[in-house]
Design a protein around this ligand. Structure first.
Ligand code: ZN
Length: 100
């Protein structure tokens, strides 16, 4: 058996709970330090007769795709902010030109 903890985090969405290897270490920014620690999604099995739950965290989760998606989301947000600033700037210039 290896020590770990169940991660409780979402970014306004839904996700499968994960088990993180190692003792939880506090982090000022995120609550608990998780970067670089091995993770595994938790699979839960339920007994049809009594409802007893049994959980396994058998397969380590590949985090490289998740990091790539987070970077893409940040870049998309920056692009949207840039487009909004350009539109606002163009409207402001047009308003200035019309008022003269
Ligand atoms: Zn049962």
């Amino acid at each position: 058996m290896t020590e770990g903890f169940v991660l409780d985090a979402t970014h306004g969405g839904v996700a499968v709970s994960s088990w993180v290897e190692g003792a939880p270490e506090k982090n000022v920014w995120t609550g608990v330090k998780v970067s670089g620690k091995p993770r595994a999604e938790i699979a839960t099995w339920r007994c049809k007769r009594c409802g007893f739950l049994e959980q396994y965290a058998a397969h380590q989760t590949d985090r490289s795709q998740e990091t790539k998606k987070q970077m893409q989301a940040v870049l998309l947000a920056l692009l949207i902010v840039l487009i909004v600033l350009l539109v606002v700037g163009a409207v402001a210039l047009l308003a200035l030109a019309v008022s003269r």
